[in-house]
Design a protein around this ligand. Sequence first.
Ligand SMILES: [Zn+2]
Length: 318
Amino acid sequence: MPEPTLMLGDVEITRVVEWAGDFSTVGAIIPGADAETWRANEDWLAPRFWNPADDAYRCHVQTWVLRSEGRTILVDTGVGNDRDRPQVPAFAHLHTDFLDRLRAAGVEPEDVDIVVNTHIHYDHVGWNTRRQDGEWVPTFPRATYLIPRADNLYFDPATARRSRPPRDENERARWEGGRLVFEDSVAPVHRAGRVVLWEDSHRIDGNLLLEAAPGHTPGSSVLTLRSGTDRAVFVGDLLHSPVQLLNPAWNSRFDDDLELAARTRERYLSRAADLGELVIPAHWPGPGAAEVRRAGGAFAVRAWAPFGGQASGGPQGG
Ligand SMILES: [Zn+2]
């Protein structure tokens, strides 16, 4: 069953899921949110975002397909097939039917006009490329790939300069794995001449604007949608779980600059609450997205999006 599509103004939004499952534990992914918080909010966080039985973090890796002003735009490209990923064995050498799922959503690789990588992490750039006769080639041969310049500088092994040592062995391994990600998923689209690097902001069309949202990575970005009176913001990995609405200072363990990531999260959630933007993160399963409102000093769900069928409930509060 294909996912429902959502029209916001003149823009059609479709979710194409590459991978869905339980990954690690919520305590490991969002270290700031303690077990008591999860229990206290079980009625709306479980079972869609959290499995209370084993504490697993419930996760999607997915691509948002947008049709805007006659063009087809992909927001993030998942993990990809056939990758060496020693830093994250659960996602090494996947063989998913992602391209068939994309076709089921009406998108042939040749149809894609623009690929947006919100940032350069392995689970956002993977299907940038595919393996053909032992070579990595762009999966979307006609597309322009929009990549934040700050991330390109940070992750390109030729220019990478880390501003601090790794926090732990996990982070060291992730950083070393990042070289492979750049080489198989980013460098080939550069060589094919398909990349446009951007900084600060980049207008895609009358409906869509890319904006810098640093912290998770130096070049992390959001894609803002305005069409008619409808508004949305694709926030990438600014939010890994809706539990972070309860305290925007709760980072994910994948955030690079913790202080900046928290400030950026607070800033975009505030804007979304004030302007009524639908917040569409990269990894939420279930309804996939939510409108948010202010609640005390933090935020709460005002309404869930309709992706992935019925969803109800949300954190209570003033
Ligand atoms: Zn991610």
